[in-house]
Design a protein around this ligand. Sequence first.
Ligand code: NAP
Length: 253
Amino acid sequence: MSNKQKKVALITGGSRGIGRATSLLLAQNGYDLCINYLNNEQAARAVQRAVLAHGVRCELYRGDVTKEDQVLAMFEFIDQHLGHLTALVNNAALMLPQISIEQVTEARLNKIFSSNITSYFLCAREAVLRMAHKHGGDGGSIVNVSSLAALSGSPHEYLDYAASKGAIDTMTIGLAREMSREGVRVNAVRPGLIYTDMHADGGEAARVDRVKYSLPLGRGGQPEEVAQAIYWLLSEQSSFTTGDTINVAGGMN
Ligand code: NAP
């Protein structure tokens, strides 16, 4: 990616939690943004207002990233309203209430895997079609938000969620190698126990405080601490890093 190129980023699930913190940090650093969300328009508008205060452009896009037609429409919207995409943060994902293997259903697996895997592949495909040299692009950078659960497997709680994040770790390595001569770097972060609303969706709003003492640092993380790693991986500061993953998990690995 050329240094002179305007930085334009798409953050899926940018309206809350880690996506919100990443949107604000990228805006502080001069990125024009498309912030994607699914339901909570009020939260998305609040992030947009905060981003615009940094003097960059910011478009909201309400769309379900598990749906191919909506992903296609979102990227076309970016082409028209923001121009050439240079960065993608695959962040939107879903956690459902805790279960063990005995409670797994086809419907639940399809929901988790489409939210956490299919969406990342669809958005990565559209980003590559715009960034890769072989498609006439000037390069770019993709960061996938995985989870430390990919390493722990989340037994008795979130086996399916953890497995979906394992798939993202594998996709990060493979896509980075596919793109290694195409000017597109692909990396990931593995957050662990971050204070966001995702834990309420996962059936236990206070989960971080219950298990934080199991982390070497003895506390939960803030979304802003994850955003710093995402920003570094997107930026030219990490120009020799691809196919790699950074744990942001209070010392767990
Ligand atoms: P969060 O607070 O639950 O926010 C999720 C965001 O994703 C929201 O903006 C939501 O939009 C959006 N979203 C969900 N499904 C979507 C869909 N199908 N299409 C478009 N947008 C969708 O999540 P978070 O905790 O910040 O997590 C962000 C990422 O970090 C996820 O990949 C998660 O797996 C990972 N992570 C989180 C933790 C943690 O402790 N929090 C730990 C490890 C990994 P609406 O609000 O409009 O629905």
